[in-house]
Ligand binder design. Structure first.
Ligand code: UD1
Length: 428
């Protein structure tokens, strides 16, 4: 298995191009199942999770072609998806277990074909992450659902019909699944307590371009009036706000000065506010955002919450930053119950962190020391890379397949800004 070697201590300086958002691209790819016409997506990042989704869609019968780079803005690829016929409504365990977001095909398959059989995603490193809310919402839309041998068997032979869906907790992929299903249901669906993440908004905008009727986009109450059919469209994926936040924190932890090209402040207001309190300036430029420290780094308390608050997907990276800040920082995770797996690894690098239930108390230390580390999920892995960039000496980051799921050319982007970082290929 490949690993990444980092020798810390160099300030990051230069420009980093922000890729298309993984979490926006995944539901957008799934939306191709809703129409027999071509959906053309631009700025699609080159990531393992995107390949997994493309493989899943191919086996449902979606024809996918890659059409060069940069045609539709951004740095990513252009992908054309055409689901003339959906030839198979089963999402098999082998693909779903690789990536929980595979659940995003459930709503579109059911709405388009009247049936779907999708493997239950099962547990994952950061918590139990059930899909009960996806299932009960689809039942509200008239589907009959049973769980047999680890598969969600969903049927709606006469089509789905609109209903009021009230989510008891904010669910991002749940909102996306129901929005896609409701776009082809009969009548009106209201989603109450809908997720407002920019990725949900991006999907809604694309669905509208495909002919869907959606009101309240960007609010926590979505009204969707179902259509008989949707048509093809061309849409460009938004820049990745989590990648942006990650590189902003990389600039801050190394006391560097980096311009994040293509990044959008409107998606990062809460993060920029927290960084500003910590002594890091994030300002808009003509092409993106400029990030550097103002004075020293200071400890700041943070609580993760649904958008527009501070994202859980930046919690680990922020914790890495706080390990070398002056003073203390209380970091509270409210979205996932087991999302502190980076803590023991950061401690091995010399961090002073005490976890109590859902909160971690981080007391800043003068410096971290490089160490061999390994992580169990995507964002935890990248937080260790940030720690390695700031640490004295060498850090070897193992199990980097997690990083490849969600960060495009991470080591290249960092090396171009002066970091000493390289991928060590495992012997074949
Ligand atoms: C999405 C993101 C992920 C991010 C998360 C929270 C994608 C592909 N992934 O994941 O990167 O960390 O949002 O911002 O966009 N829940 C239930 N039952 C359900 C669904 C969710 O109890 O049926 C709970 C979850 O366990 C969790 C909370 O709701 O505690 C929020 O999860 P959710 O927003 O659904 O996360 P994902 O959509 O899986």
């Amino acid at each position: 298995m490949d690993s990444i070697r980092i020798v810390g201590g160099k300030p990051l300086e230069g420009k980093i191009y922000i890729s298309g958002a993984k979490n926006a691209a995944l539901p957008l790819l799934a939306a191709s199942l809703l129409t027999d016409e071509t959906l053309t997506l631009g700025n699609v990042p080159h990531l393992a999770d995107i390949t997994t989704m493309a493989n899943l869609l191919s086996q449902h019968g979606v024809n996918i072609s890659l059409n060069g780079e940069q045609k539709l803005g951004g740095t990513g690829r252009v992908m054309e998806l055409k689901a003339s016929n959906v030839s198979n409504v089963t999402a098999p365990y082998d693909l779903v277990r690789k990536m929980r977001a595979s659940i995003l095909v459930l709503g579109p398959l059911l709405a388009r074909c009247g049936q779907a059989k999708v493997s239950l995603p099962g547990g994952c490193a950061i918590g139990t992450r059930p899909v009960d809310l996806h299932i009960s919402a689809l039942e509200n839309l008239g589907a009959t659902i049973s769980i047999d041998n680890g598969y969600i068997n969903a049927n709606a032979p006469n089509g789905l019909r609109g209903a009021e869906i009230v989510f008891p907790v904010v669910t991002v992929t749940g909102t996306e699944n129901i929005m896609m299903a409701a776009a082809l249901a009969k009548g009106q669906t209201t989603i109450v307590n809908a997720a407002r993440e920019p990725e949900v908004v991006d999907l809604a905008n694309c669905l509208v371009a495909m002919g869907a009727r959606i009101e309240g986009i960007g609010s926590d109450r979505l009204r969707i009036t179902g259509c008989d059919r949707l048509h093809g469209a061309t849409h460009s994926v938004i820049p990745d706000r989590i990648e942006t936040g990650t590189f902003a924190m990389a600039a801050a932890i190394t006391d560097g000065d980096v311009e994040l090209i293509g990044a959008k402040m409107e998606h990062l207001n809460s993060v920029a506010r927290v960084l500003s309190k910590a002594g890091v300036s994030v300002t808009e430029t003509k092409h993106g955002l400029q990030v550097c420290r103002v004075n020293g780094l200071h400890g700041v308390d943070v609580m993760t919450e649904p958008y527009p608050s501070f994202p859980t997907d930046l919690q680990a990276q922020f914790m890495a930053l706080m390990t070398v800040a002056e003073g203390a920082s209380m970091i509270t995770e409210t979205i996932f119950e087991n999302r502190f797996m980076h803590v023991p690894e950061l401690q091995r690098m010399g961090a002073n962190i005490t976890v109590h239930n859902a909160s971690a108390m981080v007391r800043g230390v003068a410096h971290l020391n490089g160490a061999p580390v390994m992580a169990t999920d995507l964002r935890a892995s990248v937080s260790l890379a940030l720690a390695g960039l700031a640490a004295k000496g060498e850090t070897i980051l193992n199990r980097i397949y997690h990083l490849d799921r969600g960060y495009e050319r991470l080591e290249e982007k960092l090396a171009a800004c002066g970091a000493t970082i390289e991928r060590i290929r495992a012997a074949a």
